[in-house]
Design a binder for this molecule. Structure first.
Ligand code: TTP
Ligand code: MG
Length: 350
């Protein structure tokens, strides 16, 4: 099956957060990094500083010599990690197939999703919009049939851009692509390829597999495929969801059982939609959650392999009758069957 992969990469992530938190820093060269006294290096810098030639991993002392007006900020990792988590949670609203590469970067495999008519472009656009609405930070997105091309694509319209490579465009796209864009083609390999007269993927395509294997060992086979835009590496999610739930807090408290029961079909529909993101994981339990107007909580669950609406209404009625208080919030959820060795994380979507 043709895959649909999105690669999201935040724009000058640490620096963008610092600018957002202190607008006075905008429109000036800004870098986040360790102090020159402690032989620190630059983590990242804004695009104005990049014009001066400042870049990640540059010694801070050198950066300050290159651009004496540079504002330097010490990294605030706990803050960046917190924002990263919030951004990743936006990804998990779409799919569990999320492979984070760093705090500001992740692959999403959205193959088979039906929202937005299954359009990866529209989904990527919406994710960028959601990140901006929630965090006032911009992200760039790449959309392609595999990880190799999606990552290149996210860089293509940076900052604050989106670039899409459809399966039909792959063949043409790779022709002019410099071989240095292939992951793993650095220093020795790059030099070896240049010495063989190979600069682009189109040049690389002229090389028979056997020659590439002779020159580069097992990496030669990879080069052969990547030069043709073929990359079969799967998106490898780093966490497994234990449960999934949707809930709603009502503007006005609900006073009768019937009033509450009328709210359940909408939540049920929403749960069904959200379950798409869980990619048909086996369900073992259904549960409901009620928050009453005194903020006390009650939950009830039942063994079940489905999300039968009747189970939710029954669970709700039982739980409601035990407490019989005005209701502020109703939640419906499922728990998934897990392999015992899997790391777990439960995700409440609201
Ligand atoms: P990148 O995504 O490589 O860089 P960026 O987000 O700052 O800029 P852009 O994507 O727009 O080109 O890295 C993400 C964050 O990781 C970056 O904000 C800071 C940190 N980082 C380091 O601390 N050291 C490094 O050498 C690099 C490359 C990044
Ligand atoms: Mg980035």
């Amino acid at each position: 099956m043709q895959r649909k992969i999105i690669h999201i990469d935040m724009d000058c992530f640490y620096a963008a957060i610092e600018e957002r938190n202190n607008p006075k820093l905008r429109d000036k060269p800004l870098a986040v990094g360790g102090s020159p006294e402690r032989r620190g290096v630059i983590c990242t810098c804004n695009y104005i500083a990049r014009k001066y030639g400042i870049h990640s991993a540059m010694a801070t002392s050198k950066a300050l010599k290159t651009c004496p007006d540079l504002t330097l900020i010490e990294p605030n990792m706990p803050l960046y990690a917190k924002i990263s988590k919030a951004i990743h949670n936006i990804f998990y609203e779409y799919t569990d197939m999320v492979e984070p590469l760093s705090l500001d970067e992740a692959f999403l495999d959205i193959t088979g999703l039906t929202i937005k008519n299954g359009s990866a472009t529209l989904i990527a656009r919406e994710i960028r919009q959601k990140i901006f609405a929630a965090q006032k930070l911009t992200a760039s997105a790449g959309v392609a049939p595999n990880k190799f091309l999606a990552k290149i694509a996210s860089d293509w319209r940076k900052p604050n851009g989106i670039f899409v490579i459809t399966p039909g465009q792959v063949e043409n796209f790779v022709l002019t692509l410099p071989v240095t864009k292939i992951f793993g083609v650095v220093k020795v390999t790059a030099e070896k390829l240049f010495n063989l007269g190979i600069k682009t993927c189109s040049d690389l395509q002229q090389m028979p597999m056997i020659t590439l294997v002779k020159e580069f060992g097992s990496f030669g086979t990879k080069l052969y495929k990547l030069a043709r835009g073929i990359d079969e590496r799967p998106v490898e999610p780093n966490r497994v969801r234990k449960s999934l739930s949707v809930e709603h807090t009502f503007a006005a408290d609900l006073f009768t059982l019937n009033e509450c029961l009328r709210k359940i079909p909408d939540l049920h529909r929403e749960l069904k939609n959200r379950l798409q993101a869980a990619k048909n994981k086996p369900i073992i339990k259904q549960f409901i959650k009620i928050k009453f107007n005194d903020f006390s909580l009650a939950t009830k669950e039942t063994l079940s392999a489905t999300i039968a609406l009747s189970n939710y209404t029954e669970l709700f009625a039982q739980c409601y009758k035990q407490h019989n208080k005005p209701v502020r919030l109703i939640g419906l959820g499922v728990r998934f069957k897990l392999k015992s060795s899997q790391p777990t994380e439960s995700l409440n979507l609201f």
